[in-house]
Design a protein around this ligand. Structure first.
Ligand SMILES: N[C@@H](CCC(=O)N[C@@H](CSC=O)C(=O)NCC(=O)O)C(=O)O
Length: 284
């Protein structure tokens, strides 16, 4: 089915097109915004795609404005896709009261607990509705799609990448929330979105998924050592241990001096785009 897209803005960018779009999402039940960078190669043929999931307080614009990724994506012929980090203006009381939960903080899962379960269905939105829009309405090669993200979005990239292996061929993350069950951000979000029974939380925790037997061919993570969230919220050490014990391949790089910001992301974005390009171009 072809969904009606409202084009909010189009910009020429490194001989490609940076677009911002809005549509009435049938999954979310409200308007949703997303953004696509089409590299110049997309004017000739379908190209591989990289989904980027942004972190707490971000929107579909943040990565496109701050990461400096388009220059490399244009060189490598990669399409970039970002989306808002939650539904907006659902009418749920208090949804915008916290910066780390609710509006701008949807945690890339399908909420099962009311009232959030009415609209906060970000996993289905990304893996079904937005995915279909990208492969049907843009010059995207549906067999060559990867996923990455930052912080809360790194958690989303790892968990969606581990659970939707038929859709995402390559997985990486910047400073991901690696064990949300064990950190305050994750515990707060999962309690509200999924309810108090922690058995249901494991499906949305990269470390638990690895412990429970999920496996992908490779994972690539960059982490700054000057990141103020590292020891309390991110815990890549937990994921590293789980991967080691499960025989899951993981490249985890620690970078002295780098924090949690887009200055960190923009420094290493080229390495991630090359990583995805190499895997996606090897898919056949
Ligand atoms: N409370 C602060 C901090 C919010 C923040 O640091 N957000 C990060 C992601 S944190 C984990 O998901 C971010 O990417 N911010 C966007 C940016 O441009 O740096 C606040 O409300 O600002």
């Amino acid at each position: 089915m072809t969904e009606l897209l409202e084009i909010r803005n189009l910009h020429s960018c490194f001989s490609g097109i940076q677009g911002f779009y809005q549509h009435d999402s049938s999954v979310i039940g409200l308007p949703m915004r997303f953004s696509v960078y089409q590299p110049p190669q997309a004017q000739q043929h379908s190209v591989p795609v990289l989904f980027f999931l942004a972190g707490l307080t971000c929107t579909e614009e943040t990565f496109m404005i701050k990461a400096g990724a388009q220059r490399y994506a244009a060189d490598y012929g990669l399409m970039l896709v970002t989306m808002d980090t939650s539904p907006r203006e659902t009418g749920i009381p208090g949804e915008s009261d916290n910066w780390d939960f609710g509006s701008g903080a949807g945690f890339y899962l399908d909420a099962t607990a009311p009232p959030w379960s009415n609209h906060y269905l970000m996993e289905s939105y990304i893996t079904q509705e937005l995915y279909e829009i990208i492969v049907n309405q843009f010059p995207a090669d549906k067999h060559r799609i990867g996923i990455t993200g930052h912080s809360m979005g790194g958690h989303g990239a790892l968990t969606l990448g581990l659970r939707h292996t038929e859709k995402f061929r390559s997985v990486s993350a910047f400073a991901p929330v690696s064990a949300p069950i064990q950190c305050p951000w994750g515990q707060k979000a999962f309690t509200h979105f999924l309810g108090k029974n922690q058995d249901y939380w494991r499906n949305h925790d990269a470390t638990a998924l690895i412990k429970d037997g999920h496996h992908i061919s490779d994972m690539f993570i960059d982490q700054g050592l000057n990141d103020p969230f590292l020891s309390e919220q991110l815990r890549p050490d937990q994921l590293e241990n789980a991967c080691h014990n499960a025989g899951q391949k993981l490249t985890l790089r620690y970078h002295p001096g780098y924090d949690h910001s887009y200055y960190f992301i923009s420094t290493f974005i080229d390495d991630h785009l090359k990583y995805h390009r190499d895997i996606l171009n090897d898919s056949f």
